[in-house]
Design a protein around this ligand. Structure first.
Ligand code: C5P
Length: 306
């Protein structure tokens, strides 16, 4: 009797860039980055089941915006994995979305990383870690970090990872918007804004790494930085008001998350995070406000029926 693989569910967190330094673009159009990623506790769930052919379904907030065909990174992740194992990707993939979409929190990359982990458990295939990392890098610049999680330094396109020493537990509030921003257009705007400047090779400042190694949220708050922030604000000017409002309401630091438009506020503790969510929601400046903490671990199988 042929045994049918059992459904597998993987939970995967979002990310925020604590520091995002952007250099110049290479001939492929990708920019040289120096960034510090941290995984935060807003999770998508990806479930894989046996099916007649590859199929994607999505549920959750704003999920109608997500493509269900081969333009979805999840589709390409499943195909890439199946090809490496020599199987047909006859699976259905359901994505339960909690990570805001087109928001600068790497939701699509998170789902692709979760799909790789789910495929590995579903087909019980032991792919060497470096091969899985190479698949992740082929899917997108953020996918290698989303496969690992925790906290890491990213260089190259953001896909060359190195571990960093981090202590402590950081409390966040994320202000989100129903209208997303396209990552390529934010990078293009950033290039346009800097066209008369000599763009330096990006480097993560020692102060950021020191704050993390000491678990010093106040120092980290002072040194949060994102080179894409002015481009995101140029495309959605109200983000400046949101960042100012968060700082005035007690955040230790405020930045646009990744390519935006989500605004990330580092706060001192849980009770401040509750107060800030209430303040942001009543300000009328944002569509939603979410609490989270980090760092959290990367994608994990949470259900595999044996
Ligand atoms: O790799 P990924 O598909 O996630 O990247 C999305 C877009 O973001 C790229 O097409 C590119 O426009 C931009 N990008 C970049 N430099 C990076 C990473 C992403 O210009 N290092």
């Amino acid at each position: 009797m042929i045994s049918v693989p059992k459904p597998v569910t993987v939970r995967v967190p979002a990310k925020v860039n604590l520091y995002l330094g952007v250099g110049s673009a290479d001939f492929t159009g990708y920019h040289d980055l120096a960034t510090v990623f941290q995984s935060v506790s807003i999770f998508d769930e990806v479930t894989i089941k046996e099916a007649p052919e590859l199929k994607i379904t999505v549920s959750g907030l704003n999920s109608t915006q997500i493509p269900l065909d081969s333009s979805n990174l999840v589709w390409r992740a499943a195909q890439l994995f199946a090809q490496a194992c020599g199987v047909d990707p006859n699976i259905s993939i359901h994505i339960e979305k909690k990570i805001p979409i087109a928001a600068g929190m790497a939701g699509g990359s998170a789902d692709a990383a979760a799909t790789l982990v789910a495929c590995e458990a579903f087909w019980k295939s032991e792919i060497p870690r470096d091969q899985l990392d190479a698949m992740a890098a082929a899917l997108g610049a953020d996918v290698p970090f989303m496969l690992h999680g925790g906290c890491a330094l990213g260089t190259g396109r953001g896909d060359v990872l190195a571990p960093i020493m981090t202590r402590g537990h950081y409390y966040w509030v994320f202000a989100t918007f129903n209208q997303g921003l396209s990552t390529p257009s934010v990078f293009a705007m950033s290039d346009a804004l800097r066209r008369d400047e000599v763009v330096q090779t990006p480097e993560v400042p020692a102060e950021v790494l020191q704050a993390l190694s000491q678990g010093d949220a106040r120092a980290l708050g002072r040194h949060l930085h994102n080179d894409l922030q002015s481009a995101a604000i140029a495309l959605q000017p109200r983000l400046q008001d949101v960042l100012d409002y968060g700082r005035e309401s007690g955040a230790l630091g405020a930045i646009v998350s990744g390519s935006g438009p989500t605004c990330a506020f580092l706060v001192a503790d849980e009770s401040t995070s509750i107060d800030l969510v209430v303040a942001l929601m009543s300000s009328g400046l944002v569509d939603n406000a979410l609490r989270a903490h980090g760092p959290v671990h990367g994608p994990r199988v949470i259900q595999a029926i044996d």
